[in-house]
Every structure is written in structure tokens, then in C-alpha cells.
Write a protein that binds this ligand. Structure first.
Ligand SMILES: NC(=O)c1ccc[n+]([C@@H]2O[C@H](COP(=O)([O-])OP(=O)(O)OC[C@H]3O[C@@H](n4cnc5c(N)ncnc54)[C@H](OP(=O)(O)O)[C@@H]3O)[C@@H](O)[C@H]2O)c1
Length: 328
């Protein structure tokens, strides 16, 4: 069946795979982008696009007009200057929920949350819907946004919360390709922590199922089927792109010192309206150790994974890179 779909964060990386997939399935799509140039890129995927912020009610109402499915992908770890995680994720979600109250035709709202809500579980596995225990400002802001969506769900809004693992795919920053290629991949921690990951094609498959199939639950973990350590993941990336394996700080830099340096960097860069990337959140997220179960995706939604492990997914990206470089 073809439906009309509204996608916030339409200029982002996940949307760049989700929107063409929805269009190919026969849905009509309207995206929300924050500039005319980004809207042009969204239109190239076959969508229409409205231009503005989540906090602009008239733009949001225009985007939501006639929408039956809504994907809320607008969000992120840290913007420039005062664009804190709380402002982007919690307040942004509240703005959307406010406009959704005026869109009774919407039958499914899928919120892109994050496994960061689980915090650091010291390597333990978490079930779908386990309680949030964030240890970063980003995780706390996604957990607060989830809470707002859960309240809306209790009022009858058809909400589904996708707790996404780290998404990778060609060109995704999580791969750290530039650093690894140039031999500059010095990472926090010691590399033994488990990181939940998912290939972007499987993330999109899960999002499509969450938006278009009946669901039994509100919370779904969106990750692949096996765990991998940071060292294994980035060593596999290094092999794939013929770069240098990552090296880890922990034997050299005490954690308190690295967190203090990151705090100072975030304060200075945000004061001059830059987007800080070296932040306490980035350190904590890169060193958190957690495994994620995905029973609900498999059992409720019949999900099958194209890339059940990061090794398989990274191999597929290696193929892309080799053909780009004209190698066999
Ligand atoms: N990628 C991952 O590994 C991962 C993991 C867990 C959860 N998630 C969540 O999944 C969602 C999509 O991820 P992604 O990788 O596609 O992120 P992305 O590439 O960083 O894109 C984020 C999108 O959100 C938009 N945005 C940010 N702040 C906004 C605001 N205040 N108003 C309107 N739009 C705003 C951005 O617009 P501009 O282009 O104008 O900046 C962009 O379109 C995000 O919510 C992210 O937190 C992602």
C-alpha cells in the first residue's frame, strides 16, 4: 500500500537511504530540511521538501499535511554553539509532538532514538525496552525525548521508538575512514569494549518495518545480531581501506585528564559557535561497553538482516571501495 510519509532530518545520512527506499516502494515522501540547498538534495531522492526548523509550527504543519507515517530522524549528538543535545533532541521532539496533536490522520510515528540511552553496561546485554540509564548528555536527551513520546503514546499517539545502534555505511563518520587512512586513528579507551552496530541498509529495513507493520511494543532495539569490540571493528575498517589499525589512549592518558581536556574543548568551541566533536560525550560513547538484543525486531516484525554482523557489513563496504578505486 502506498502512503504519504513525512521525514524530519531528511538531509541526514540515514534519511539518504530511507527516503529512496520509501519512494521505490511507492510511497510519497515530504522531507524537512533546514536550508534550500539541503532541500534540493532531498528532492533529488524523489521527495518533496519543506524548509525550516522543528520549532517552526507552520513549516511542520505543512510537512505533516496528509502524512500517515512520520519518521523523526532530526537529531544528533551536538550542534554548533548553543545547539546542545537537549535542545536538538528533547526540545526538537517536543516541538514535533506538539504539531502531531493536530495531525490525527497519522497512523505511525517512528522516533530515531539511540542505544546511547542504555549508557555503559560494562559489556552486559540489554533487552528491547530495558530502562534508560544514560551516562552522556546525548543519551540523556534521547531518553528525555523518549519519555515525551511515551507520554504521547499513553494519550493514544501511535508511537514506535527505534533505539539505533551505531549506524555505518559508505561515507558514515562512524567508520573514521580519514583518520584510519592517514594513520591518525588514536581512540579513547583500550579497544576491548563491545559496540552495538548496524549497517545502514538494515537500519532502514527496520525503520520501514516499524513504520508500516503492526507492532506489539513501543521500544525496539535496532542493531545487528552479533557483538564486536571497538578494536575488532576499526581493525576491520583498516584492513578494508588499507589504512593503519587504531591505537588506543588508555595506557597513556588518564581518563580524568582526557575528559577534562574534552570539556575545555567543548566549552571553547561552542563559545565561538563551532560544532565541537572532541567532547566528554564522544569519549564516553566510544568507550561504553554494551551488547544489544534484537528479539522484538526478529519475532514481532520478521526482520531478516542483510548484514547480520559488522564483519559481513564491512566486507560489503570494502567491495564498494575497491570498485570505486578501480581495483578488482
Ligand atoms: N547515525 C548513527 O550512528 C545513529 C545512532 C543512533 C541514533 N541515531 C539517530 O538517528 C537520527 C538520524 O541519524 P543520522 O545519522 O542520519 O544523523 P545526521 O546525518 O547527523 O542527520 C541529522 C539530521 O537532523 C537534522 N537536524 C539536526 N538538528 C535539527 C534541528 N534542530 N531542526 C531540524 N533538523 C535538525 C540535520 O539537519 P542538517 O543537515 O541541517 O544539519 C540532519 O538532517 C538522529 O536523530 C540520530 O541521533 C543515529
Amino acid at each position: 500500500m502506498s502512503d504519504h510519509v513525512f521525514v524530519t532530518g531528511a538531509s541526514g545520512r540515514v534519511a539518504a537511504s530511507l527516503i529512496p527506499r520509501l519512494v521505490a516502494a511507492g510511497h510519497t515522501v515530504t522531507g524537512l530540511a533546514r536550508s534550500k540547498a539541503k532541500a534540493q538534495r532531498v528532492r533529488a531522492f524523489g521527495a518533496t521538501c519543506v524548509v525550516g526548523e522543528l520549532s517552526h509550527p507552520t513549516v511542520m504543519d505543512e510537512g505533516l499535511a496528509g502524512a500517515v507515517i512520520v519518521y523523526h530522524l532530526a537529531g544528533g549528538m551536538r550542534g554548533a554553539g548553543i545547539q546542545t543535545p537537549d535542545r536538538i533532541n528533547r526540545l526538537g521532539s517536543l516541538s514535533l509532538i506538539d504539531r502531531l496533536e493536530h495531525a490525527p490522520q497519522v497512523k505511525a510515528i517512528v522516533f530515531a532514538s539511540s542505544c546511547a540511552v542504555y549508557g555503559d553496561q560494562s559489556g552486559a546485554a540489554v533487552e528491547d525496552g530495558s530502562p534508560a540509564r544514560p551516562h552522556t548528555r546525548y543519551g540523556a536527551s534521547k531518553a528525555a525525548a523518549e519519555e515525551a513520546f511515551e507520554q504521547a503514546h499513553r494519550r493514544g499517539m501511535p508511537v514506535r521508538i527505534a533505539r539505533l545502534a551505531a549506524v555505518y555505511g559508505a561515507g558514515f563518520p562512524f567508520l573514521l575512514e580519514d583518520w584510519i587512512r592517514s594513520g591518525r586513528a588514536w581512540l579513547p579507551g583500550d579497544g576491548t569494549n563491545s559496540i552495538p552496530t548496524i549497517h545502514v541498509d538494515d537500519a532502514v529495513e527496520a525503520l520501514v518495518r516499524l513504520g508500516t507493520q503492526p507492532t506489539q511494543h513501543v521500544h525496539y532495539n535496532v542493531a545487528d545480531c552479533d557483538s564486536i569490540t571497538s578494536h575488532e571493528f576499526y581493525t576491520a575498517v583498516a584492513q578494508a581501506i588499507e589504512g593503519s589499525a587504531p591505537r588506543y589512549w588508555s595506557p597513556l592518558v588518564p581518563r580524568a585528564a582526557s575528559l577534562a581536556a574534552a570539556r575545555l574543548n567543548e566549552r571553547i568551541q561552542s563559545k565561538v559557535a563551532m560544532r565541537p566533536r572532541f567532547t566528554p560525550d564522544a569519549i564516553r560513547l566510544m568507550t561504553a561497553s554494551i551488547k544489544v538484543r534484537t528479539d522484538r525486531l526478529r519475532d514481532d516484525l520478521g526482520m531478516t538482516w542483510m548484514y547480520p554482523t559488522a564483519r559481513v557489513g564491512l566486507d560489503s563496504i570494502l567491495g564498494v571501495q575497491q570498485s570505486r578505486a578501480g581495483r578488482p
